[in-house]
Ligand binder design. Structure first.
Ligand code: ATP
Length: 285
């Protein structure tokens, strides 16, 4: 490892619940979401360099200026008039366009690391404000842990750690654009809404059963109409005995809460028998 190289983990996030409360005058949806960091992560290496470059080992992710990590670095430069650069190398493990906030997490990791490497001394509050301009999920990725997110997802209330879950993540072999899911969202077609007030109380009390009762994702109705395969994966999870299954974000990944680590491995084994599903075990952190 080079002397001044920094390596940071960029953790994926799950939404333990998503409620959409309405549309704001600026076109964004007003949401109420429970956010949770999980163990699955990208590794982001940052090397001192005069220019700014971003490389990623996954061909589905843009290298260079279109990468969210590049945009994060550029924003920090612009805001602070910093004149140096960095070489950023992303080792991608988080599936792309999966509803797991992979790009947002890389961007947040880069903001934290460059604040340090470049000696910018921006407070976490200032970083959070800048992050919110770049993407609604990035402020959460800066903080990590368990949070309630409101407004368009960028206003955060830090909660105590949620009860621990062993998870199975299953993603069909296509991506889902978040904007398409919101455009297709129809509140009349939502079957079950979460009870975030109850879910927050459950987290504060460490009450796992109550938390499971409060969790729902209203975006499922929209994604399931567009991509019925996603609902099929959710049904499979229940057939294999999960305590709860839910779509991640706007999809298409589905997470299942297993009854323990070995149950999670068993579900992975059974899902892997089906073609075209990326499956893996993770846990809340
Ligand atoms: P969101 O729900 O915020 O859309 P997601 O987890 O569904 O996030 P990402 O994996 O973040 O989706 O990727 C969304 C798109 O962003 C990808 O199609 C990709 O082209 C682009 N992208 C830009 N930078 C990155 C990055 N560092 N990692 C992943 N995707 C990136």
């Amino acid at each position: 490892m080079g002397e001044n190289q920094i390596i940071v983990n960029a953790y994926a996030k799950l939404n333990l619940s998503i409620d959409v409360l309405g549309k704001r005058s600026d076109g964004y949806h007003q949401v109420s979401m429970l956010m949770q960091s999980i163990s699955l992560h990208d590794e982001v290496s940052i090397y001192p360099s005069n220019g700014l470059t971003v490389e990623c080992n996954n061909a589905a992710v843009p290298s260079g200026p279109d990468n969210l990590a590049y945009k994060a670095a550029e924003l920090l430069k612009r805001e602070t008039n910093y004149e140096g650069g960095a070489r950023i190398v992303i080792n991608k493990n988080i599936p792309v366009a999966a509803g797991l906030a992979g790009g947002s997490s890389d961007a947040a990791a880069v903001m934290l690391a460059l604040n340090n490497l470049w000696g910018l001394r921006l407070t976490i509050g200032r970083l959070g404000h800048l992050a919110g301009r770049l993407g609604s999920d990035i402020p959460f990725c800066l903080l990590g842990g368990t949070c309630l997110a409101t407004e368009r997802g960028e206003r955060l209330t830090l909660l105590p750690p949620a009860p621990h879950f062993w998870l199975v993540l299953a993603k069909p072999d296509f991506g889902v654009p978040t904007a398409q899911v919101y455009d297709n969202f129809d509140p009349q077609k939502v079957q079950k809404r979460p009870n975030n007030r109850v879910a927050v109380k459950a987290i504060e009390a460490g009450d796992r059963e109550l938390l499971l009762q409060g969790m729902e994702n209203v975006l499922e109705s929209s994604t399931f109409r567009l991509y019925p395969q996603v609902e099929e994966i959710k049904e499979l999870m229940y057939r294999y005995g999960v305590e709860k299954a839910m779509m991640c974000g706007s999809g298409p990944t589905v997470f299942g809460i297993a009854r323990g680590k070995s149950h999670a491995s068993e579900i992975v084994r059974r899902l892997q028998e089906r073609n075209g599903i990326f499956v893996q075990v993770a846990e809340t952190i």
